[in-house]
Unconditional design. Structure first.
Length: 279
């Protein structure tokens, strides 16, 4: 599949290997604002933290030749592999995340967020839905999925959408589509934004990491084991959205998006920080 996504305002061809989105070392270096040799050095120095088949694929021999040919076609010759190359490394989403963590720069983290939402999300859109071998009672399945959604803590529209998504995955039918109600009226009229988007609303602009730090200082979230946890104080100011992805242990990956009203608190906190620095 020749998919094209937009990363950093540029159209990018999605490179695939074994039906999964992957990227070359050169691609990753360009996205993260560093040199390919830096990516290679970080891999060598941290080789114990990378697992073949999980974080990367090593392609060589006849397979490399076939891949090089397909890459040239998919990218309209914009990306080519040297004929002298005996092997190449192709990085998966987990590998890209690991390199962003090792580099630990604002650009690496901000671009990886885009890669996660767009580039690597292609695999989920590309996976075909299995053909159902028998009809399932829609009403019964809907009730069971609704109970499951409530058990997981979903409320309001979020519970309705989660139920509809689960029913469609099981039966191939969407109860909301059958009722002609695919767009629900928002319970909270405010738009929601990622930390990256919030940072772009500030003058001068600040990074997503800085926004997260400010939200932590405001008491709206706290970090535990490398993951941001929303505090009771911040619960009414954000939404936890299901990305449709899963962690390695099978638990769903959630994305936090904040209401625009939180911007006033962010600006006030930044102002206090600046004034404190001047004293």
């Amino acid at each position: 599949m020749n998919a094209i996504v937009k990363i950093e305002e540029q159209n990018v061809n999605v490179v695939e290997y074994k039906s999964l989105p992957v990227m070359t070392t050169e691609q990753m270096a360009g996205f993260y604002g560093t040199e390919a040799v830096r990516i290679q050095q970080n891999y060598v120095r941290n080789s114990g933290r990378f697992t073949e088949g999980k974080h990367f694929f090593k392609v060589e021999g006849r397979e490399l030749k076939d891949f090089a040919t397909s890459l040239k076609i998919v990218t309209n010759s914009q990306m080519e592999i040297s004929n002298k190359a005996r092997s190449i490394i192709l990085w998966t989403e987990k590998g890209a995340a690991r390199h962003a963590k090792i580099l630990d720069t604002d650009q690496a983290w901000e671009v990886f967020e885009q890669l996660e939402d767009c580039y690597f999300a292609v695999k989920e859109m590309a996976q075909p839905k299995p053909q159902k071998e028998k009809q399932v009672q829609l009403g019964s399945v809907t009730r069971q999925c609704a109970m499951m959604a409530r058990a997981f803590g979903f409320k309001g529209n979020q519970a309705v959408l989660a139920t509809d998504k689960a029913v469609k995955a099981l039966t191939g039918q969407s109860p909301l589509e059958l009722m002609g109600e695919t767009h629900l009226i928002a319970e909270n009229k405010q738009q929601v934004f990622t930390p990256t988007q919030l940072g772009e609303m500030v003058e001068p602009k600040i990074s997503a990491r800085k926004v997260n730090t400010v939200l932590e200082q405001l008491g709206y979230q706290e970090k535990a084991n490398g993951v941001w946890i929303i505090t009771p104080k911040g619960e009414k100011l954000c939404e936890m959205l299901d990305t449709g992805k899963k962690h390695g242990d099978g638990t769903p990956v959630k994305q936090v998006k904040w209401y625009q009203s939180v911007m006033d608190d962010i600006k006030r906190e930044l102002k206090d920080i600046c004034e404190g620095a001047k004293q």
